[in-house]
Design a protein around this ligand. Structure first.
Ligand code: SF4
Length: 614
């Protein structure tokens, strides 16, 4: 271990975050590799280590001869302070070498509030923040993940963005990079070639041109760059052939998801109109249940984990779920390994499945009805009937569960006070279901209602919508709080509105927000998803100093023909389909799920046969 690090570690909290050396961490011989990759997660070790996408890319890259991928996380404030004081540059956890010496630095972007950490990590690595100030090919700064679907607020800092699933495209651009290094290409030459790879967006090849009213006139393609008109996302077509990380790095300190994660399928058949993942991960592609069972067992054997979670966007939609659960439970139950489903759709949650899961430890139960009334659930295409939800909670309570969490959003398009009060009614009905069914009432019940402030996202049916104002959000929170005041068994939590506002600004923001981000970072912004660090006023000051009106992005309804900052990004779900879905919302019409009937979203064009079969 580096001597400076040895000297620093006793002074910081949770030093295990910074040491590396965990079981299954990959250490290679520096001299035997020609591409060194720093896989950066712009949040703490505990969060980054739990990210399935990073686990996949880490394992996949390290399988390649000549490539060494290391992990790098954002240091907590105490560690950052020590690093800056001692002049210790941000380093890869496996080797301890500064990531500025690596070939490629790749960021995984899962949420907008991590953007300030991207800048902070570049700075801690000793690198200039802006791509134009890094004229050399090395290190190349790459970013991917769900936020890449609107890359523009980060555009000046990143050399290239990867759209969609990274398994194949990562290896393709690494190969190209290798060639570029061997043949001494300039950075520009490399980027021009990289832009020809499907799924790669090179932001410097697109120039935003604005109208006088501040809206976008176009994203102009830089002359001579050869950049494509549209950058189409990548998917892995055959999930059975795609890499699965059976060998999981065992963390040396507790992390958020400290367990085996089994990804059943990608995509979602449902089409909830607010859900970006639901649209951008289309089409559905399932994994074979036998293969999954094999992976799950092998991962438990290797890691010694006592918990496995079946993780997908809507796990209960997996067609072979019961078969898979039976297979896994035969293995898990005698070994006391817990099996959990993180997301349950109340309508498909069967007694049968409950009985199977009950054979092992009981996890918490969470349902996300999202809206309190049937009318609004239909408007957002949640396709969940109240009776199905109540039937599901009855099943849970009869089975001995005595706690349920219910998630909702406030401020969804078309929401009225009746819908807000409908949340309280629904929570009460859940309480009565407990009274009716619980075999052990003496233990009491915990019903938690949580609401968040709806954030309209790019590439969804609601990408044209205004976010309601903060005052209006607060009024609706108060309305619901008053309605639930007397119900002692129901706890009401609401999400902090300040981060949701910034999320709304950045998720549909354009390149002008890069200055805001940089200004906020210069004035101390980092770790913005942590209340210990988040300072809303700092962001408001940054917006003001840069002459940018946050409300323009958050609270403005867009006309149908508005040019969006993400207009060059093609998730293969067409804008015409999304607009149709928006109109269906306003008439509270539902759209059937993809298994019942194809609604022609366009994602099938990514599949060789052109037909979705999820
Ligand atoms: S093309 Fe049809 S079946 Fe395929 S994801 Fe879109 S709506 Fe669903």
């Amino acid at each position: 271990m580096n001597r400076t690090l040895e000297h620093i570690l006793p002074k910081v909290q949770k030093p295990a975050r910074y040491t590396g050396g965990e079981y299954n961490a990959v250490v290679k011989d520096r001299r035997a590799v020609d591409v060194r990759y720093a896989l950066c997660f712009p949040d703490t070790y505990e969060i980054g280590m739990s990210n399935l996408g990073c686990r996949i890319l880490y394992g996949l890259m390290n399988q390649q001869e000549g490539v060494w991928c290391e992990r790098c996380y954002a240091p907590w404030g105490d560690m950052e302070e020590e690093m800056r004081r001692e002049g210790l540059l941000l380093y890869g956890l496996e080797s301890g070498d500064p990531i500025s010496d690596f070939d490629i630095i790749g960021f995984s972007l899962g949420y907008e509030m991590a953007y300030s950490n991207v800048l902070n990590m570049l700075d801690l690595a000793g690198l200039p923040l802006r791509s134009e100030d890094r004229p050399e090919l090395t290190p190349l700064i790459v970013a991917g993940g769900t936020c890449a679907y609107n890359p523009e607020p980060l555009a000046p800092f990143i050399d290239l963005f990867v759209l969609g699933e990274g398994e194949e495209v990562t290896l393709e651009y690494i190969q190209l990079y290798r060639q570029a290094k061997e043949e001494c290409w300039s950075k520009e030459e490399f980027l021009q070639e990289a832009a020809q790879i499907e799924g790669i967006y090179v932001p410097s090849f697109y120039e935003p041109i604005y109208n006088e009213d501040g809206t976008l006139a176009e994203m102009r393609i830089k002359e001579g760059s050869g950049a494509p008109e549209m950058v189409r996302k990548r998917i892995v077509e055959d999930m059975d052939k795609s890499y699965f990380p059976v060998k999981t790095i065992i963390p040396s300190t507790e992390i958020v998801h400290d367990r085996v994660m089994l990804e059943l399928f990608r995509g979602c058949i449902r089409g909830c109109r607010f859900c970006q993942a639901g649209y951008t991960y289309r089409p559905v592609r399932n994994r074979d249940p036998k293969l999954l069972a094999r992976y799950g067992k092998a991962a438990c054997e290797d890691s010694g984990y006592q918990e496995m979670t079946l993780s997908s966007l809507s796990s209960t939609d997996y067609p072979c779920l019961l078969e898979l659960c039976d297979d896994l439970l035969d293995y898990c139950a005698p070994r006391d390994i817990g099996l959990s489903l993180p997301s349950l759709r109340a309508d498909t949650f069967s007694m049968n499945l409950m009985e199977r899961l009950q054979r092992v430890r009981k996890g918490g139960l969470t349902f996300a009805p999202e809206a309190g009334t049937q009318r609004l659930r239909d408007a957002i295409n949640k396709n969940l009937r109240e009776e199905d939800l109540l039937q599901s909670v009855r099943t849970c309570f009869s089975g001995g569960w005595n706690g349920v969490k219910l998630y909702f959003m406030l401020g969804l398009p078309t929401e009225t006070d009746e819908d807000v009060l409908g949340i309280a009614d629904l929570a009460r009905k859940v309480y009565f279901a407990w009274k009716e069914c619980s075999p052990n009432k003496a233990r009491g019940v915990r019903i938690t209602v949580s609401t968040s402030w709806f954030v309209p996202k790019p590439h969804t049916a609601f990408q044209w919508e205004a976010q309601i104002t903060r005052e209006e959000y607060q009024r609706r929170v108060d309305l619901l709080r008053d309605a639930l005041k007397r119900d002692k068994s129901i706890t009401y939590n609401w999400h902090d509105p300040e981060t949701s506002y910034l999320e709304a600004v950045f998720s549909r923001g354009d390149r002008r927000l890069a200055d805001v981000l940089e200004y906020a970072w210069q004035h101390g912004a980092k770790m913005d998803s942590w209340s210990e660090y988040f300072d809303f006023q700092r962001w408001m000051d940054a917006l003001k100093a840069c002459g940018v009106d946050g409300d323009f992005y958050a609270h403005r309804e867009r006309p149908r023909d508005e040019v969006f900052p993400w207009c060059r990004i093609d998730p293969m779900v067409t804008p015409a389909f999304l607009w149709r879905e928006r109109e269906q919302c306003y008439s509270s019409q539902t759209t059937p799920d993809c298994r019942t009937r194809c609604s022609g979203c366009g994602a099938n064009r990514l599949l060789k046969g052109g037909v979705c079969n999820g």
